[in-house]
Design a protein around this ligand. Structure first.
Ligand SMILES: N[C@@H](CCC(=O)N[C@@H](CS)C(=O)NCC(=O)O)C(=O)O
Length: 216
């Protein structure tokens, strides 16, 4: 059976776990923490990051790479649009999650509120959190609000890697005790709630809650 490496707190590990769940693929999960990783792990993930994936003798690192591989291994249900432009747009939203949302929601909010205090005995720097919430999240949310039409999918009217890549970052925000103000960003608030209610996301959110959520 394939093995997915990486701790549940990571939005990138969760991205792969959602893809595996949506495709109904069985796997073993080794919740490696990406801190002082072993030389053996670095052979699988040369940058020492999570997630990584082993499929027999084949190994891969990077969530986007792993998800793209899984799509080829098990094409149904399709999580990447077939239309060329929609395909590229879906990759763009995945990238927006990875490079736009993650650097704010991860180190400035989730790490400050959950990982630092719980796992590194490091108190929350509330000023960092407040600044990120007040000054950085709004522009990120404004963009997504403007990209959402009616319905619960960002691209092509159908659930895709775009939605997985965006919504996984919002799980970390949610664990840290924050959400989307539905008065200011009504489409985004409804969209995030709908994606998080999918069985693939909900099972992981529930599994993670005890260890990684303010409510846990
Ligand atoms: N582009 C990578 C990013 C992965 C990433 O940054 N993972 C973090 C955990 S959320 C990590 O392993 N950090 C440890 C490090 O950077 O050494 C992916 O999509 O897999």
């Amino acid at each position: 059976m394939p093995t997915l490496y990486g701790v549940n707190a990571s939005p990138f590990v969760r991205k792969v776990r959602v893809v595996l769940a949506e495709k109904g693929m069985a796997y073993e999960h080794d919740p490696i923490i990406p801190f002082n990783v072993s030389p053996e792990y670095k052979r699988i993930s040369p940058l020492g990051k999570v997630p990584a994936y082993r499929d027999g003798e084949r190994t891969l690192a990077d969530s986007s790479v792993i998800c793209a591989y899984l799509e080829r291994v098990k094409p149904e249900p399709a999580l990447y649009p077939s239309d060329p432009y929609e395909y590229a747009r879906a990759l763009w939203f995945e990238e927006y999650g990875d490079s736009g949302l993650a650097p704010v929601m991860g180190p400035k909010i989730f790490f400050q509120k959950i990982v630092g205090p719980r796992f590194f005995n490091q108190p929350t720097d509330e000023a960092v959190v407040a600044k990120a919430v007040a000054e950085e999240l709004p522009a990120l949310f404004d963009y997504l609000e403007g990209q959402l039409a009616s319905g619960d999918a960002l691209v092509g009217g159908r659930f895709s890697i775009a939605d997985i890549g965006i919504a996984t970052q919002f799980v970390n925000l949610r664990h840290a005790g924050f959400g989307v103000d539905a008065k200011r960003w009504p489409k985004l608030a409804r969209y995030v709630a709908a994606v998080h209610a999918r069985p693939s996301f909900k099972a992981l959110i529930d599994e993670e809650a005890a260890a990684f959520s303010v409510t846990g």
